[in-house]
Design a protein. Structure first.
Length: 363
């Protein structure tokens, strides 16, 4: 087994490259070292004719599967963002380049998205040629809760969900299960829990004619999964099509449904500034290709940490959720109604000239 830092286990078995994320105590949250290991092994396998396809899974404290990836390592982001550690810049540049590679990978890349699939975990699975969820998948882009935005290509893949589901998922950070992930175009099928291990083992044991045959073998094991949110799809499209965050929240608060009131209450807890930024992000990204979206998100994440020295919403949001755990972030501005258009617009001004952008090479 090719072992890299012990947190990314990679081996070729038979004709398939198998990757296990092995940081179960942190729900496989991605560190810079893990991003680098994933990039290195995927580039090596892309050029290795003996590897027909790649499969990736997570692990939990009991063994394989159970959790895919909870996102980026937010404790590192808090420490680096608070102290000016330049590795924070490397982390986002290299993570987004990894996301781009996966979306453009030249061989089948099969993601076993069991358990928690959030944030950075979506970044390393949404570009997969086959995205498999299970009965216990918990999928979300919950960044507005920590004063961030759905990055790792979130603007691109959320904006392509049907109707205005992308705005709803991006602003609320709500969690969805297997059936809704499939219905919203964020997964391709459900692989039953009791079939996962056998399918994984078979990938390394069987002989396949080509990469397409590997993917077809796995896809044949998928089953249907019921969507849970059919009853509120009309509401999502009605409210999240509105022109701005204040209009969305006001309409939800004026509505006479439990879902609308609960959704409004969720939005009132999120960073007011980042809600405005995220709505703009999703709507801009609808007209962008992936590379352009990732460059925009790279601009945005620089501003999240450094636009307002000493007043980063992201550093404050992570502090409240994961460091001090007081769950009382001091958002600035404090109210949705007090966010200025000028402040929102500043997140979309690139700090780099085009030729010097850290992701200039992405196509």
């Amino acid at each position: 087994m090719m072992e890299m830092h012990g947190e990314v286990l990679a081996q070729v078995r038979g004709q398939v490259g198998l990757i296990t994320l092995n940081r179960p105590r942190a729900l496989n949250a991605l560190s810079l070292g893990m991003v680098r290991d994933l990039m290195a092994v995927l580039l090596a396998w892309q050029n290795d004719p003996a590897v027909l396809a790649v499969a990736i899974r997570g692990s939990n404290k009991e063994g394989p599967f159970g959790a895919f990836c909870a996102g980026g390592d937010i404790r590192f982001l808090h420490q680096a963002g608070s102290t000016g550690n330049p590795e924070i810049e490397d982390f986002f540049t290299e993570e987004y380049a990894l996301n781009h590679l996966i979306h453009n990978y030249t061989k089948p890349y099969i993601a076993f998205m069991d358990g928690i699939v959030m944030g950075g975990g979506m970044g390393i699975s949404q570009g997969a040629s086959l995205r498999l969820v299970t009965e216990r998948t918990k999928m979300a882009m919950p960044e507005t809760a920590i004063g961030l935005f759905p990055d790792v290509g979130g603007g691109y893949f959320l904006s392509r969900c049907p109707g205005h589901v992308g705005e709803w998922l991006a602003l609320t950070g709500d969690t969805i299960g297997a059936g809704d992930a499939i219905a919203f175009g964020l997964a391709d099928g459900c692989l039953p829990l009791d079939a996962q291990a056998a399918v994984w083992e078979a990938l390394g044991a069987q002989t396949f004619a080509d990469g397409a045959a590997v993917q077809a073998f796995v896809a044949a094991k998928m089953i249907a999964a019921d969507a849970q949110l059919k009853g509120v799809r009309g509401d999502i499209d009605q409210y999240f099509a509105l022109s701005g965050v204040p209009a969305i929240v006001a309409a939800l608060e004026a509505a006479n449904s439990e879902w609308a009131r609960a959704t409004a209450a969720t939005l009132r807890k999120r960073s007011p500034l980042m809600l405005h930024v995220v709505l703009e992000q999703i709507r801009r990204a609808r007209g962008m290709d992936l590379a352009s979206d990732l460059r925009m998100e790279r601009d945005m994440v620089r501003h999240c940490f450094f636009l307002r020295p000493g007043a980063s919403e992201t550093v404050e949001g992570i502090r409240a959720l994961a460091v001090d755990k007081d769950h009382s972030p001091r958002w600035n501005p404090a109210r949705i109604e007090d966010v200025s258009p000028e402040l929102v617009a500043s997140f979309f001004v690139s700090p780099w000239p085009t030729h010097a952008h850290p992701l200039a090479a992405l196509r």
